[in-house]
Write a protein that binds this ligand. Structure first.
Ligand code: G3P
Length: 419
């Protein structure tokens, strides 16, 4: 009997991409009727572009991994996607949305609370730091800096001790604006960061964000911080030992475990004590799996996708992925399993992402973002930040420009999706 084939496009580079492909292999080996073919399509933004182009050409993959900031765009894609709740009920697959942790479920649900995509590799931003470099600089390796003034102080001490890259950050807009906004309960955009309506406007030229960006620019001028490039380009700077501190996805943990040849620790993100007494929860990042439609799709193929998703939703699959990579557990039972196995006792710091994600009740500034064409807006912000880092404009100018250009993107999206 011929197997039903499911094409699955993903956007995770090595070594994570290989680990994800192992999860797929686990499913393929668990049964003999379905073959899921994973294909790496480049970075998340590249995977998104490839999926959109393929849909237009009538040959979309069955499943695409989409980063969290592509959510609003996918939700507006209408017939291009099959909502997960619909797929699971049509195929009689039994799917319990309540099995997912609330922050993750909320992010991928429609306004009326229906799950639109299958959560899988959810992350959040945390700090990783090099304990050996801290020691060398006379800093306490067991006391990572908790506030931005402390981070600046530690970065200067690391520089003075001869560390050429005291600190960096990955995913510049995610770590320095989206997360920084959430932690300090400041809006990235109006309308509850877009959850409240398509008429949202950007709020990142607020004095709070201007001061934050100016601090980063000043630290870079002093040689205490390195801008490591767009999207996840900076990721490699920490495991290689080049940069002593990085603010990056919790999912970088898997790579650090494999590559770092030094002692390291994980810590919550720093905060500005003059802006908030104690920081709020951070927001999720990472990606989810979306089901795409195509004129050629058969009922059997949808059934095969549903079987694949049911496998991914198993607590033991979720727990293993979480423990292997540093992505957070997305199911409540997966989290329990990891605890039961003693994962957090054996791996100090592994609890930081989930704790930071859940430490306060969410406000409208800490639920995440639901903005159309956010990947394009991220590029604009990155471009304006880069000009500021190169000394071509001030932080205020960079963020005024980003708001002006980003709002144009939002208005175009609003016009295209108003019905
Ligand atoms: O590196 P990831 O998979 O945790 O994703 C980070 C950002 O959320 C991408 O938008």
């Amino acid at each position: 009997q011929q197997k039903t084939v499911v094409e699955f496009w993903h956007g995770l580079p090595q070594p994570l991409g290989g680990q994800l492909e192992q999860v797929v292999k686990g499913f393929n080996d668990s049964q003999d009727k379905i073959q899921v073919n994973p294909t790496f399509k480049g970075s998340y933004p590249e995977t998104m572009q490839a999926a959109i182009a393929a849909f237009r050409a009538g040959n979309a993959p069955h499943v695409v991994q989409m980063f969290e900031v592509g959510t609003a765009t996918m939700l507006s894609a209408g017939p291009a996607i099959k909502p997960v709740h619909q797929l699971m009920s049509e195929t009689g697959s039994g799917f319990d949305a309540a099995a997912y942790i609330p922050a993750v479920r909320g992010y991928y649900s429609s306004k009326d609370g229906k799950m639109m995509a299958l959560p899988f590799n959810s992350s959040t931003t945390i700090t990783f730091y090099n304990k050996d470099a801290f020691q060398k600089a006379g800093l306490d390796p067991n006391k990572p800096p908790a506030t931005w003034p402390e981070v600046a102080d530690a970065a200067r001490k690391l520089k003075a001790a001869g560390v050429t890259c005291p600190m960096t950050f990955s995913w510049p807009t995610w770590t320095q604006f989206e997360q920084v906004g959430a932690l300090h309960d400041k809006p990235f955009a109006s309308e509850a960061n877009g959850f409240g309506g398509l008429n949202a406007t950007l709020k990142i030229n607020d004095p709070f964000f201007v001061k934050h960006l100016q601090t980063l620019i000043d630290l870079q001028k002093e040689g205490a911080l390195r801008y490591g490039g767009r999207d996840n380009a900076a990721d490699s700077l920490f495991p290689s030992g080049e940069c002593a501190m990085i603010q990056a996805s919790s999912g970088l943990r898997g790579r650090i475990i494999k590559e770092a040849k030094f002692n390291w620790g994980a810590a919550p993100l720093p905060y500005w004590p003059d802006a908030i007494a104690s920081p709020k929860n951070s927001i999720i990042g990472g990606a989810a799996f979306w089901v795409m439609t195509s004129p050629k799709r058969t009922a059997d193929e949808y059934k095969a996708v549903a079987a694949f998703f049911s496998y991914l939703a198993r607590p033991e699959v979720d727990a293993k992925w979480h423990m292997d990579t540093g992505y957070v557990p997305v199911t409540l039972q997966g989290f329990e399993l990891a605890k039961k196995e003693g994962f957090y006792d054996k791996n100090p710091g592994a609890e930081v992402p989930a704790e930071q994600l859940t430490r306060t009740a969410t406000t409208e500034n800490t639920m995440g973002l639901r903005l159309g064409n956010l990947p394009e807006i991220r590029n604009i912000i990155q471009e304006e930040m880069e000009k500021a880092f190169q000394g071509q404009q001030t932080a205020q100018q960079a963020l005024d420009n980003a708001v002006k250009r980003g709002d144009t993107v939002l208005r175009n999206f609003e016009r295209a999706n108003k019905n």
